[in-house]
Design a protein around this ligand. Structure first.
Ligand code: GAR
Length: 209
């Protein structure tokens, strides 16, 4: 099995999708969920599934370096094969990212490299984009800039609200994140020298699903 530690900050709907994807045929096993916020609803989702949880509040540390050092120690206590960021809303230090190089995945609510950062749904609509979506990527030192493993693209409907679009992107997130995590757990997805590799082939960033 592949031991997965999931980091969250909020609702944890992506965590729920990962929990729901666990099965005898899936080697991915969520060994722990860590949140930087005590009130994250995702903690309740983990507890309901019998998964150990831990809260590590960034406010209790003097700076980002100190928080990340404590976070690394907390994660490594669970000896993960993979660390999954699922709505974890903290910027990570280069040292943290390097420590988990090749075993750290994130989901971002846009078709990267478009719309890095926050407020992606509003920005996609405001820009008049024809399509929007989400990306699972390996985390590197460049914020939201690591090699993409999988994307899901949907057309933006002319009459829909940003809230409706957000919900539709969430549906896609809940589909592709469990898939990418499973691929990694099966040894099919890895970070190579030139980017993300699936079954030994380099993944193109334009590889929508
Ligand atoms: C998700 O939409 C995820 O893509 C986004 O936060 C949301 C968390 O929802 N992540 C980022 O914006 C990362 N910068 P969830 O807690 O329900 O999974």
């Amino acid at each position: 099995p592949c031991n997965v530690v999931v980091l969250i900050s909020g609702s944890g709907s992506n965590l729920q999708a990962l929990i729901d994807s666990q099965s005898d045929s899936n080697p991915a096993r969520i060994g722990a969920v860590i949140s930087n916020r005590a009130d994250a609803y995702g903690l309740q989702r983990a507890q309901a599934a019998g998964i150990p949880t831990q809260v590590l509040s960034h406010r209790e540390f003097a700076d980002r370096e100190a928080f990340d050092a404590a976070l690394m120690a907390a994660i490594d206590a669970f000896q993960p094969d993979l660390v999954v960021l699922a709505g974890f809303m903290r910027i990570l230090t280069p040292g943290f990212v390097r420590h988990y190089q090749g075993r750290l995945l994130n989901i971002h609510p846009s078709l990267l490299p478009r719309h890095k950062g926050l407020d992606t749904h509003n920005r996609a609509v405001a820009a008049g984009d024809a399509e929007h979506g989400c990306s699972v990527h390996f985390v590197t030192e460049e914020l939201d800039g690591g090699p993409v493993a999988i994307q899901a693209a949907i057309p933006i409907r002319p009459d829909e609200s940003v809230a409706q679009l957000t919900d539709r992107v969430h549906v896609e997130e809940h589909r592709i994140y469990p898939l990418a995590v499973r691929w990694f757990a099966e040894g099919r997805l890895r970070l190579g020298e030139q980017g993300a590799m699936l079954d030994g082939e380099k993944l193109p960033v334009s590889g929508h699903l």
